[in-house]
Design a protein around this ligand. Structure first.
Ligand SMILES: C[S@@+](CC[C@H](N)C(=O)[O-])C[C@H]1O[C@@H](n2cnc3c(N)ncnc32)[C@H](O)[C@@H]1O
Length: 258
């Protein structure tokens, strides 16, 4: 990894998200939950403004990947770290009335409340669960597909998160983790400038919480690079894992097969 001046930096040994001041996994989780609870009222607006609506394309593209599973009437799908539900809604739309059951789970209550309000307005009738992705109150081998969009990177322990996903997946089930990545070359330089300077300023001004938008680029820096993440997925119990870049590698989809 290189910083804006081109100096080489060493990526820290990654275990999980560590917001400023967090001393252990519990305090990291608490801070992440509080941060998303605080920004929940402005989350959707900021998402669309800061990504120039490209986020919609990424959810749609990820959901399309899982069309064969979503088309099965008996399919059970868990969308982890669902926030206000946009990935869950994209999965529902792609299922197209097949009967696949979609459950959105998140541990920040205000994010879920907004997700449920959107659900009622759309008449999608999804299911919602307030739960920590690291300790899911769900049975082993009970889902055909587990997704997480822009949430997995916030877990306090990535390996524990992957093991929990593998635990709730049925044999033959799939997981799809959509998250930011650090693109290389000139795109990377522009991306780092935007993430480090523009995003905290604009995000902070609209949300009133600059810290939350300073945390975002740091969390992406700390997140394992795709090759390492794929290895971690295999170690966590996935027979096969791969990563596909989206939009010059600004984001990407990790797929894992149990
Ligand atoms: C950036 S938002 C993404 C929301 C949504 N998936 C999207 O694409 O817009 C990250 C979400 O992950 C949730 N989250 C982070 N860590 C979590 C955990 N350990 N358990 C459950 N939810 C978690 C946060 O509460 C937040 O709603």
């Amino acid at each position: 990894m290189r910083d804006l001046e081109g100096k080489a930096e060493t990526k820290p040994a990654t275990i999980g998200a560590t917001p400023d001041g967090a001393t252990d996994e519990q305090s990291a989780s608490r801070q992440v939950r509080q941060m998303f609870s605080d920004i929940a009222p402005r989350y959707d607006l900021l998402n669309h403004v800061l990504s120039a609506n490209v986020d919609r394309l990424w959810w749609w593209q990820a959901a399309r990947t899982f069309r064969p599973i979503l088309a099965r009437p008996e399919a059970r799908v868990l969308d982890l770290c669902c926030g206000t539900g946009d990935m869950s809604f994209a999965l529902h739309k792609r299922a197209g009335g097949s009967g696949a059951q979609i459950l959105g789970a998140d541990f920040a209550h205000p994010m879920l409340v907004r997700g449920k309000q959107k659900d009622e307005a759309r008449g999608s009738h999804l299911r919602w669960l307030e739960a920590d992705a690291l300790h899911l109150p769900l049975r082993d081998a009970s889902f055909d597909l587990v997704t997480a969009a822009f949430g997995f990177r916030n877990l306090a322990n990535y390996d524990a998160g992957l093991r929990e996903i593998a635990r709730v997946l049925r044999p033959g089930g799939e997981c799809g983790i959509l998250d930011f990545s650090e693109p290389q070359g000139m795109v990377g330089v522009g991306y780092r400038f935007y993430f480090k300077y523009v995003l905290p300023t604009v995000g902070g001004a609209i949300s009133g919480d600059r810290k939350a938008y300073e945390y975002l680029p740091r969390s992406v820096e700390r997140f394992p690079a795709p090759a390492e993440m794929v290895e971690r997925m295999k170690r966590a119990g996935f027979a096969r894992a791969e990563w596909s870049p989206y939009t010059f590698g600004i984001a990407g989809l990790y797929r894992g097969w149990k």
